[in-house]
Design a protein around this ligand. Structure first.
Ligand code: C2E
Ligand code: CA
Ligand code: CA
Ligand code: CA
Length: 279
């Protein structure tokens, strides 16, 4: 039994090493990916549901990994978060998205809002607000056209710091959206403490909307409560007509999803930004 115990410890330690080695390997790969320009932002349109107009885009990162094709963020963002690579990567994302928006504005496209996802580590990074302020200043970009998406869990841990960071961002004029809303543990009562401009209803609630189950009730109550607090609502993951109709009936302000438009590279989305594009 003693022998077996020792073997198990050994195995466990080897397992840890493999994990650590893997993390270092991926961290190095991500570092290279940034240097070699293998990261790319895709943009998914966000539409007003009252008139169908394109009002904004969400930047979504992809990795053009040689030999592996397009790698989706679910396969590297969590690792980048663990290794700390999310900080340089997140900085690149912020800068690239802002530059793209400036380019589009300079060409007369828009007015357009750019939604950018922030990771937990980025959000807690001291200097984030200053970095963003200097970036917007450098690019002469209107802060009102930038929306940062953060998740509920990022608000709930170290709440005082979260309140302070959001207050600073908000005083710059930047908009703040709560992503994946409804999946975390925050209650709407907490939201009063934060300067929030938009709730993004998580796609898991939109998925089963057609079945008229609890999800329909949850979505309806999120919208009603948000509106009573003067917070706008966007639904993500709209994949069919029924969901779109239902959300429209419930006075959901905006929507995003494959039914309306997929995430696209910058060149592909440009024709949609040109005129008064509606879904
Ligand atoms: P998210 O922020 O909740 O982004 C929405 C995800 O839903 C995106 O996946 C998008 O492509 C996908 N989606 C859009 N429309 C539909 C639809 O109709 N149905 C379904 N089922 N899915 C839809 P993606 O691009 O793979 O991103 C996954 C997650 O990775 C994001 O979830 C976000 O948490 C993270 N992520 C993506 N880009 C960034 C980034 O630039 N920075 C950070 N920190 N995280 C990012
Ligand atoms: Ca998001
Ligand atoms: Ca989301
Ligand atoms: Ca998500």
């Amino acid at each position: 039994a003693k022998e077996k115990g020792r073997n198990q410890v050994q195995l466990f330690e080897n397992g840890m090493n493999i994990r650590a080695v893997n993390m270092m390997k991926i961290s190095g790969e991500l570092h290279q990916a940034l240097e070699k320009n293998q990261m790319e932002l895709y943009y998914q349109p966000q539409f007003s549901l009252s008139d169908g107009k394109l009002v904004g885009v969400e930047a979504l990162v992809r990795w053009n990994k040689p030999g592996a094709g397009l790698v989706y963020p679910g396969d590297f963002i969590p690792l980048a978060e663990q290794t700390g690579m999310i900080l340089p990567l997140g900085q690149w994302i912020l800068e690239s998205a802002c530059r793209q928006l400036q380019l589009w504005h300079a060409r007369g496209l828009g007015p357009l809002r750019m939604a950018i996802n922030l990771s937990a580590r980025q959000f807690r990074q001291p200097g984030l607000v200053q970095d963003i302020a200097s970036l917007l200043d450098k690019l002469k970009l209107d802060p009102e056209s930038i929306e940062l998406e953060i998740t509920e869990s990022m608000l709930m841990e170290e709440m005082e710091m979260a309140v302070a960071t959001m207050a600073s961002l908000s005083s710059l004029g930047i908009k703040l959206a709560i992503d994946d809303f409804g999946t975390g543990y925050s209650s709407l009562a907490y939201l009063k403490r934060f300067p929030i401009h938009r709730l993004k209803i998580d796609k898991s609630f939109i998925k089963d909307l057609a079945r008229e189950n609890e999800d329909a009730a949850i979505v309806a109550s999120i919208i009603t409560l948000a509106h009573s607090m003067k917070i706008a609502v966007i639904a993500e993951g709209i994949e069919n007509e029924y969901q779109l109709q239902q959300l429209g009936r419930q006075a959901c302000d905006e929507g995003q999803g494959y039914l309306l438009a997929k995430p696209m590279p910058a060149e592909e989305i440009e024709p949609l930004l040109c005129q008064d594009f509606r879904y």
